[in-house]
Design a protein around this ligand. Sequence first.
Ligand SMILES: [Fe+2]
Ligand SMILES: [Fe+2]
Length: 374
Amino acid sequence: MSPRHKSIETKHMQERAQFFSALKSLDRRSFLKVSAAAFGAAAASGLVTPHAFQPVKVYAQGAGGKQEPFSFAYISDSHLYKRTLNDRFINALMRAVDDVNAMDPQPDFVFYGGDLAQLGQPEELELGAQILKNLKAPLRVMVGEHDWYYDMGEKWRALFGEPTYSFDHKGVHFVVLNSVVEKDFWTARGLSAMDRMKTVAGLDNGVQSPFSVGAEQRTWLENDLKGKPATTPLVVFSHSPLYKLYRNWNFWTDDAEEVQAILRRFRQVCVFHGHTHQMLTNRIGNIHFQGFLSTAWPWPYAPQGLPELTVQMARPDPFNPNDGCGDGAITVHPDGLADIVHNLWNRNPVTILRTYTASNGKKDKPEAPLRRSY
Ligand SMILES: [Fe+2]
Ligand SMILES: [Fe+2]
């Protein structure tokens, strides 16, 4: 066959080979080249919206206080496979990095919400770290179950440090938890590292234990918050939702009530989580919960129903692998509550203002999608 008449398959494999050879030496300059090429290919096939992510800042009134609001971006749940197995999710993470790098002004930092890897392989985590290095803004990272259960966090720790930590930024106290702690289901069954990882990754196989934060981290949290006044603006990052939504998929934190009890004395608390790969809003007393979008795929909504305040995503187009995926930005106000902008890659961005959860859904309700998601 003439080389001018390459099959689509051959063309795809050649482009893929070029893509991966360019990925090998990924400094800032070659990142732009590789990501632009990937973006170009997607744009040519009509798969992307032409604009970069430019969230509109909307400041609701009544913030008070001396401090200014500030923004950080989020990227979550990229589920990278080894480069020889899948390039789509790699492209998607690069697209998210491009999105965030295009923000003007730049966010104060970028928070990565966990599940960087798919099967906890060192190569997957290294690839993710290499791509995330191209962010212009400083990066903070949280662990997800897909990052952890192959080597019990050894590689993740080597790349990103300890999974439980806190930091202060412009008057806000941020806490990062490892909320995917599981009881040992593997030793008695004699499971290999890979079998343990695949069991956890399976979510609904019934063998693994529910996620929890665990007694050790709860004590750490109590100590971390000790002495802080109840008016401290507090943001908690947790990979699992930090409430009980659907046990079968581990949209669940087994000791959620105990963790919530530690947070109860604060006037208002924001919890941001990954793992559920969908727009998910909830409020329990003083705690306002928001889920992150994934860059890899959207999960369907859990079958038993949704928290009342959840603003549903539109049903994703099954023929478009990037629909229902995205990244986003969060503006934290001096009162400790936050506006979240979900940058859905194939839809209009959706903004959920803090006044919406603060008023228990009475004010500023975002527009419902045309067709509700599954
Ligand atoms: Fe995930
Ligand atoms: Fe997860």
